[in-house]
Ligand binder design. Structure first.
Ligand SMILES: N[C@H](CCC[C@H](N)C(=O)O)C(=O)O
Length: 294
């Protein structure tokens, strides 16, 4: 029987980005890709990202998080999921600790301080963007990642060239487009996600800059497909837009699920993301899910 059988989970979302939160603090179990896919396959616990809490690693932090995509792969960052975890740790009766207004979460990519703005709204300090080609990572040694070349040839959309590349703890490519709604993500996304220029694949954004303070964004996520919102993509897009002089360092990013406010802070170069969370339901993982997943 899986160590996860009968574990309690929270089904949440951040702007429609489907998030399942699993609290494994106090346990040494590490979720396998097979287990993650099994949890994603159940409609009650299905997710774009599974956020798994582990005991804190670095002194002064509140929990260590592992982040899984629908396909079982792991990521170093998930902005929408981080807000959901913060809500859970501050407000869920079974998970909460004596309350303060903030906490610090950790992933393999670094520390994420979170502040509560109101009941359901949180600001996450997503840390500094990583802009060097080998940090993103890219295959080729670009001196400037504001515009790179992809190998993919897309006869249906030849204008999709020269994306910006940014890591927010996970790799992002941002294509600058006239009409973000014009693209068939399911057709184009899988090709660009696996373009050979991205050795660890990439999250693919289609960004339409509508003013120096506003961007319309649609995202094809690595390992999860088209989602209603992607927080780290919104951060990466504002950083890339500001570097290209398309927007200022603060912008509202409108995604299919709603708006995020992103600020690339001047003082320390960190990116701040503010947005809502929502609890949908809680449940327990059925042992039957893991029957074939030992
Ligand atoms: N939805 C998440 C990002 C998931 C990124 C994941 N698809 C990856 O493989 O990096 C967010 O709100 O930031």
């Amino acid at each position: 029987m899986s160590a996860l059988s009968n574990s309690r989970f929270l089904k949440m979302n951040g702007l429609g980005n489907e998030i399942t939160v699993l609290d494994l603090r106090g346990s040494s179990h590490r979720v396998t890709p097979v287990e993650a896919r099994a949890i994603a396959a159940d409609p009650r616990s299905r997710f774009d990202q599974l956020m798994v809490l582990h005991d804190p690693v670095t002194p002064g932090t509140d929990a260590y998080m592992r982040i899984y995509n629908t396909d079982g792969s792991e990521s170093g960052a998930c902005g929408n999921g981080t807000r959901c975890v913060a809500w859970a740790m501050m407000s869920d009766p079974a998970m909460s600790r004596p309350l303060s207004e903030g906490l610090v979460l950790e992933t393999r990519a670094g520390l994420l301080p979170v502040e509560r703005v109101s009941d359901l709204v949180f600001t996450v300090d997503m840390g500094p963007p990583r802009l060097a080609w080998n940090e993103i990572p890219l295959r080729d040694p670009y001196p400037d990642t504001r515009s790179i070349a992809v190998d993919s040839k897309l006869p249906e959309a030849p204008e999709l060239q020269g994306p910006s590349a940014v890591s927010m703890g996970n790799p992002h490519a941002i294509f600058w487009v006239e009409d973000a709604l014009a693209y068939d993500l399911a057709a184009i996304g899988p090709v660009l996600e696996r373009d050979p220029v991205f050795p660890e694949r990439a999250n693919i954004s289609f960004a339409q800059v509508t003013s120096p303070e506003h961007i319309l964004l649609r995202v094809w996520e690595r390992g999860a497909g088209a989602t209603r919102a992607c927080g780290s993509a919104a951060c990466a897009t504002v950083v890339a837009a500001a570097r290209k002089g398309l927007t200022g360092r603060r912008a509202v990013v409108s995604l299919p699920g709603g708006d995020l406010v992103i600020e690339w802070r001047e003082s320390d170069g960190h990116v701040l993301m503010t947005g809502p969370t929502e609890l949908e339901h809680e449940g327990t993982l059925s042992p039957a899910l893991f029957a074939g997943a030992a």
